[in-house]
Write a protein that binds this ligand. Structure first.
Ligand code: PLP
Length: 196
């Protein structure tokens, strides 16, 4: 069998990407909401079948938008895994909410779905599910609990773009924040180059 190498922290970069960057400059719009933003948004919507897609400059920003859209504010509590990137918590703490950390599972490093219900209080407004390293949280169980207590589900899919759970793309169960960058599975450029 041919040896497969998984390069750690070496971002894949498609040679066509340079051409698109030149083209963006030639179109005289290199800030957001330009020609390529439109293309990427269309691709994202078609691929995920999500009702809407909005490109942000980072997952941190996407999480902050998710917190705003959820109407999270002072006095609210948001349940999240005790092991995650700081932006997951910051997004809600910046709105005045309290981050309620729930322990993770040893096997997946994700939120332990069996511990979530004990952390729910009358102030809980949302569950932030982080899909660590492309491995899905138990979304069926999480959505069940959310429905029972009328909570919002916010998926932090920073590390799980285009990964699936029971055939469903991660990030399509709740309000979603997704990103792709050098640290993660794919880069934006690679995805863009595949599409155009
Ligand atoms: C789980 C998780 N959430 C959010 C982020 C923030 O993403 P960004 O660096 O695009 O702001 C990261 C970054 O590593 C992450 O791993």
């Amino acid at each position: 069998m041919e040896e497969q190498k998984v390069h750690f922290n070496i971002p894949p970069f498609h040679p066509k990407a340079f051409g698109y960057m030149e083209d963006a400059v030639a179109r005289q719009k290199i800030c957001g909401d330009g020609f390529y933003t439109g293309k990427c948004t269309e691709w994202m919507k078609a691929r995920t079948k999500a009702a809407g897609a909005l490109l942000t400059t980072s997952c941190t920003h996407a999480l902050e938008l998710a917190a705003l859209l959820s109407g999270i504010g002072p006095g609210d509590e948001v349940i999240m895994p005790s092991y995650t990137f700081v932006s997951t918590a910051d997004a809600f703490v910046l709105r005045g909410a309290e981050a309620v950390f729930v322990d993770i599972r040893k096997d997946t490093m994700n939120l332990d779905e069996t511990l979530i219900e004990d952390a729910v209080t009358s102030r809980t407004k949302a569950i932030a599910a982080v899909h660590y390293a492309g491995v899905s949280c138990e979304m069926d169980k999480i959505c069940q609990i959310a429905e029972k207590y009328q909570l919002k589900v916010i998926e932090d899919a920073a590390q799980a773009m285009m990964c699936t759970y029971h055939g469903r793309l991660l990030g399509t169960s709740g309000i979603t924040a997704v990103t792709a960058s050098m640290k993660r599975k794919i880069t934006v450029w690679e995805k863009a180059a595949q599409f155009f």
